[in-house]
Design a protein around this ligand. Structure first.
Ligand code: CO
Length: 297
């Protein structure tokens, strides 16, 4: 086991997200601009003493994950939209990761309840020795009871300092093989449900990236941008929007494309349901304890 200070940083990050979740929900309303929601969430995290562990993902309807607005994105929330808000906060690299889904202007329906219940049932079986594919089975069974399908291509993940997806994978279905959780593991469980088969496709759009490695770069602006990225975000995901705000002089869009081509940064392409199914998500982060787990978001 790590010392208590280490876990306290996870808890602090989680406490910040509890507040941010509650406050941001009030803004998931008809007519609210998506970029204003993202900015509110990330600014609130900073105001409360944390740092965004990744850009706030605001994925609507058939978009499953990895959408975050750019500064000039005009997208506005509409009544009836399924809005998935996925938020990360870190303190000294210790990450809390949580998500909720709101149907704008309406109360939670079965699609939303399916992932909420799946998450609750999954958390209930977490303890040292439990196998990750068993947690996946619980998630799959719960979502299917609601007559929806889990999205198998997305999964829960271990959380290590400055690493958003470390070692452990928590599948959203019974993957048949898995690893055993142990006391002191920190991880996020995040079921996704679709009204269709739950198969995803990667879109051409990309707004979120992470640093991979230094590579020889001819373009000096791209080179400068890469050093800004390393210095500010280390190995954690960042948004094009963040760079647009603070480093507009570095030809952001052009330089990011250059850095992708050089394999210096990784692009998180927007993921959409391939059949246009509507998607919901629920997520919490937890620490595995001797007798179960402590949910800290
Ligand atoms: Co997550």
């Amino acid at each position: 086991m790590q010392d208590n200070n280490y876990f306290d940083n996870y808890r602090k990050a989680g406490d910040i997200l509890k507040i941010v979740k509650e406050d941001s929900r009030k803004l998931v309303i008809n007519g609210y601009k998506v970029v204003d929601l993202a900015e509110f969430i990330e600014n609130k995290i900073i105001e409360l003493g944390g740092f965004p562990a990744f850009p706030c993902n605001i994925s609507i309807n058939n978009v499953a994950a990895h959408f975050t607005p750019n500064l000039n994105t005009e997208l506005v929330l509409k009544t009836g939209d399924y809005v998935k808000v996925d938020i990360g906060c870190h303190i000294d690299g210790c990450i809390a990761d949580t998500a909720y889904t709101v149907k704008v202007g309406e109360s939670d329906d079965d699609l939303i309840k399916a992932t909420q219940e799946a998450l609750k049932n999954a958390i209930a079986v977490v303890e040292p020795g439990v196998k990750t594919n068993y947690i996946g089975k619980i998630i799959e069974d719960t979502i299917k009871e609601f007559n929806f399908n889990p999205i198998k291509e997305l999964c829960g993940h271990g959380l290590k300092p400055y690493i958003l997806h470390s070692g452990i994978t928590i599948p959203n279905y019974n993957s048949n093989t898995g690893s055993k959780l142990k006391e002191g593991d920190t991880l996020a469980i995040e079921p996704f449900a679709s009204t269709k088969a739950g198969k995803l496709k990667s879109s051409e759009e990309v707004y979120i990236f992470k640093y991979l490695q230094d590579r020889p770069l001819r373009d000096t602006t791209s080179k400068k941008l890469l050093s800004v990225i390393k210095q500010n975000y280390k190995t954690l995901p960042f948004a094009e929007r963040w760079l647009e705000k603070n480093h507009a002089g570095l030809k952001i869009n052009f330089s990011l494309r250059n850095l992708i081509r050089a394999n210096s940064i990784y692009p998180y392409n927007v993921l959409v349901d391939s059949e246009g199914g509507l998607v919901s998500q629920a997520e919490n982060s937890l620490i595995v304890t001797s007798s179960g787990c402590e949910v800290y978001t």
